[in-house]
Design a protein around this ligand. Sequence first.
Ligand code: ZN
Length: 309
Amino acid sequence: MSNGSFFSASGRRRGGTLALVLATLAPLGLGGWLLWDNLGQQDDNGGGAPASSASSLPTVSSTSSPLPAQPPQPSSPSPKNKSDDKPLTGKVVVLDPGHNPNNRDHTAEIARHVDIGTDEKECDTTGTATDAGYSEASFTLDVARRARTLLEARGATVKFTQDGDRAFGPCVDERARIGNSARADAVVSVHADGAPAGDRGFHVILPKSVRGGDADTSKIAAPSRRLGERVRGEFMDATGSEPADYIGDGSGLNVRGDLGGLNLSTVPKVFIECGNMRDSKDAAELTDPKWRERAALGIAQGITDFLNG
Ligand SMILES: [Zn+2]
């Protein structure tokens, strides 16, 4: 690059007058050191001066008091663009922790039916649990909170449909509308499945293109698939989990038109079933906080990939 050739030329010129410079600077003490050191800094950029120049520096400073190892440098713009650190600045992500730990105490409320456009469904469900009693609702909240931390560190605005701060629910229609009202750039609903023991793996649920009542997913089906494919790939990388062996023909993807949370969404949205809580091997992972951190990383990275195009 042009800078390199400039500093190379400068270095050669300076090397030719080295003795004169040293003789001139020696009486100047600290000031002379700083001037010389600033000249020397050019070598970090251009690499023009021979190593012997650096070894001569102590003779210049021999009469000076102890010096800081790194004299203050002139401020200069960071070579790293801020957007590299905060790639999701300006983006809105809604995370939807499936179910609610308190749903079990409000079975009547969550059993009432709500309109999902194409049909009617229960407001919400209790979700599943491991044999040892670790609930899906506890799992989804934990993973979503971990993902929120990661996404916020990348600059995203993150909203939850519930954060353990409600008596029950919200209902599936409200979960969808929270994402819509936030004008979310991406929504991920976090779940774990309750399939028969022996069934293993994770899968991402994509919205089928449906129309009916308030439901119209024709515009979000394609971007939701892109979101889901990114989440699938990053989740596999982060956790080492395999796509489910009991649904989706091993693709890790499943398209559904019967979920209110997807049917009523007007913004790109997917569900992820992170594993099967009813299988002991999957349950061993789902109950491990270190594994949940990796799951959250996979989800956050999938969202990041999608939003960065
Ligand atoms: Zn669930």
